[in-house]
Design a protein around this ligand. Structure first.
Ligand code: ADP
Ligand code: MG
Length: 240
């Protein structure tokens, strides 16, 4: 579904991604891990062209998205992204937050958008919060709403950049549960995370980034039990 060929990204003189090559299958769940500053966020942002790669090629579902002729706006609708900070619209109720883009961008009627939003709220376990405002929700609830809002656009791929890093520990689990549900529903997902237990249990593949390079990609059992590189070994010693 996603093919990444020799992608580099340079900011000024700083080469942040140094030639990333990989393939993500439809329905694959990838956990992206690695030290701070290794390029994880930049890699994710290149996938939906929030950053333009300096070199290399990204193909998604047969479309070369790094081709300047590609309609980036339309293409980006097919990829949902959820960040550490939820960025809900503060002046809108929960259900309006979820209904907004499907109505504005996809042209759904209010009724259609409402039905869809209600189903998504059910899915993230927050049906009773439809009419609440974001300021009244906990961090974990806000993040689940942010996920529902993103899913309302029917993305084919979901990108998560440290979705639980800003949460109090007791709220991490409820968000990871939603991610697990999404993973088992067959969504193609890439998740930057520091939650190693989650990565191990929920991902099909671990990507280990270090200094702008994808230095290991392996199934979790293999990566966590027999990391090949010294860098991954050292990283795991620190975090496990
Ligand atoms: P990670 O998510 O793994 O912590 P990032 O992708 O955020 O790493 O950043 C990798 C490196 O790129 C860091 O050194 C960071 O300072 C740098 N970087 C990221 N975004 C920019 C930017 N817009 N301009 C300049 N440098 C950046
Ligand atoms: Mg980051």
């Amino acid at each position: 579904m996603i093919n990444v060929e020799n992608v580099t990204k340079t900011f000024g003189k700083h080469e942040v991604l140094r030639g990333i090559t990989t393939t993500v299958e439809r329905g694959e769940v990838v956990a992206v891990i690695g030290p701070s500053g290794s390029g994880k966020s930049t890699f994710l942002r290149c996938l939906n062209l929030l950053e333009t790669p300096t070199e290399g090629r990204i193909t998604i579902d047969g479309t070369v998205v790094t081709d300047p002729a590609t309609n980036i706006v339309r293409f980006r609708q097919r990829i949902g992204m959820v960040f550490q900070h939820f960025n809900l619209f503060p002046h809108m109720s929960v259900i309006d937050n979820i209904m907004f883009a499907p109505m504005k961008v996809k042209g759904l009627s209010r009724e259609e958008a409402r039905a869809k939003a209600a189903a998504l709220l059910e899915r993230v376990g927050l049906a009773d919060k439809a009419d609440s405002f974001p300021s009244r929700l906990s961090g974990g609830q806000k993040q689940r709403i942010a996920i529902a809002r993103s899913l309302a656009m029917d993305p084919e791929i979901m990108l998560f950049d440290e979705p639980t890093s800003a949460l109090d520990p007791e709220m991490v689990k409820e968000v990871l549960e939603v991610l697990r549900g999404l993973a088992s529903s067959g969504m193609t997902m890439l998740i930057v995370t520091h939650e190693m237990k989650f990565a191990r249990e929920a991902a099909d593949t671990i990507y280990f980034l270090d200094d702008g390079r994808l230095i290991e990609q392996a199934p979790p059992a293999q990566f966590f039990e027999r990391p090949q590189s010294e860098r991954a070994q050292r990283f795991l010693e620190r975090v496990l």
